[in-house]
Write a protein that binds this ligand. Sequence first.
Ligand code: WTA
Length: 654
Amino acid sequence: MSNDAITTHLKETRRFEPPEAFAAGARVPSREAYEALYRESLDDPDGFWRREASDLVFRTPWTQALEWTPPHAKWFLGATLNASESCLDRHLGTARRNKAAILWEGEHGATRTLTYAELHREVCRLANGLASLGVVAGDRVAIYMGMVPEVVVAMLACARLGAVHTVVFGGFAADALRDRIQDSQAKVVITQDGAWRRGSALGLKQTVDQALDQPEAKSVTHAIVYRHLGEAVCPVHMKRDRDVWWHELVDGQPLRREATVVDAEHPLFILYTSGSTGKPKGVLHTTAGYLVGAHVTTKYVFDLREEDVYWCTADVGWVTGHSYLVYGPLSNGATCLMYEGAPNFPDWGRYWRLIEKHGVTIFYTAPTAIRSFIRQGDEWPAKSDLSSLRLLGTVGEPINPEAWTWYHRVIGGGRCPIVDTWWQTETGSIMMTTLPGASASKPGATGLPMFGVVPAVVHSDGTQVGADEGGLLVILKPWPSMLRTVWGDDDRYKQQYWSDVPGAYFTGDGARCDAEGYHWVVGRVDDVLNVAGHRLGTAEIESALVSHPAVAEAAAVGRPDDLKGQALVVFVSTKPGYVPGPELAIALGEHVGREIGKFARPDTIRFADALPKTRSGKIMRRFLKDIAAGRETTGDTSTIEDLGVLAKLRADDG
Ligand code: WTA
């Protein structure tokens, strides 16, 4: 993305001050109060984090806050803990014992409530069950489930044993699951028979079977299957000696299990995410730093109160589900709503009815969802009473000011502050936003840094750009919940995050910072796309395409899209003997769906005799992006090997 594009993007001047009534009761009631806390977090990190983490359970306190040997950080050295004790045990001796931890609603309207005491019991039973299968601290466990309370139980049961969970989003296909199992060398997979999605049953166990039947997945000794839909709706085949039913495994297990105490830097989870090159990378988060980051940001960004009903709509398969559905809210003793299904099932009023029915006070969702609601019209939210809401949040992609103001007016009734939270799988917790009682929001700006976070917008040589000038978004200091490495590939960690800009963590995003210190993130500047809030690596899509027999070469690029932020456009040249056309396009779309997952299917497939390349043979994505977006090709074409290729692609454009 050119600097100019970054600078001119989002010239927005409106600002919304925190409503007085909100600020009066807020944890951080003014910009000055925020500044003081922020400064303290940098001047005295040890004192700051010690106080802010004091309600978490540490078995031994830390002796040193940070050890920084760039690019490797260790936080809270000497501390020991178990993350599940902060999320569960610490509430049991308090009034929260019988408070709802999870309010769950299935797509067809079934409801369940799990109190903290009940959640603790289920976690202990499953931890005992996992231990009986031989799972010990440090082992990896893959979790491939939908949005049922048991996915939370499964994550916390792993944490209780010191086992490392790797949750794989239920929309991923068998091959993508297999790759993640192989890379993490998972010993056990936890899954469910199936899940409801938009009225139909999605067979998850069936996909696990396809993954485990391949030799690459041989590290797995057992699959645990939670029965959610039942035999009549979703029959499954249980493989002898490998598959066990969840209910049989936990039957008769003791209701308690002593938590395994681990070191602060013990791995808590691996979460795979797309990068600009090669296969997805396993982002590794460790116990104390991650937990502290998720805990403190949840408390402050959502200004959490004991009586809140908090709803984060993210799927637990993504990092938002990890930090703001599980570790953050549960370590704060919050009541979380969890909804199994699609936002438009059976109609576009579903979310709003859920808010009314459960009295949701805090609602956290993605801009893509907001934009699809806008398209359906104001009459859907108007049918429900949304007056319980007091705070709104967004995450995952830049929000356009129109969507922001609609969200503010129609969903928030003009009275709820909006926190636009910028962060990444790698950062573990929210890095920038405007604290709701402290700082004014500007539609489209994510805002100011969270405690301990030092962002900067720089040129590629690391020098800072001026106010309002576009550049690369970097983070200058280590923060507690930062990723520690890429699982099994530390070189890639160094290369991917610490080599582009000298001495800084490079986020992959472009941004500008205005004179007031607000950051305006415009999106990725690397070869990662953000399609409907899903991160897709162009390299992954391309390698999926070229694995199809018809494809000679492929290039994937993003095109601006009103609804999804970016749409996925692929350019494909075919091998001799294959006929480009609609039939092949459908087959290729299905192929990508099978290789990665349906959510990664291209929006547009364009056939080309050849792709524009430099003389050294590199595909020139810049031109393809212009063509995909229907823009005039800009910039220097002198390095292009065959200008005819470009002319041909344009002509095909019509
Ligand atoms: C983008 C999701 C603008 C950004 C938590 C980042 C955002 C990527 C915002 C990370 C925001 C996330 N405004 N862009 N508020 N939040 N992004 O790893 O490009 O799935 O690098 O983590 O999403 O996506 P990831």
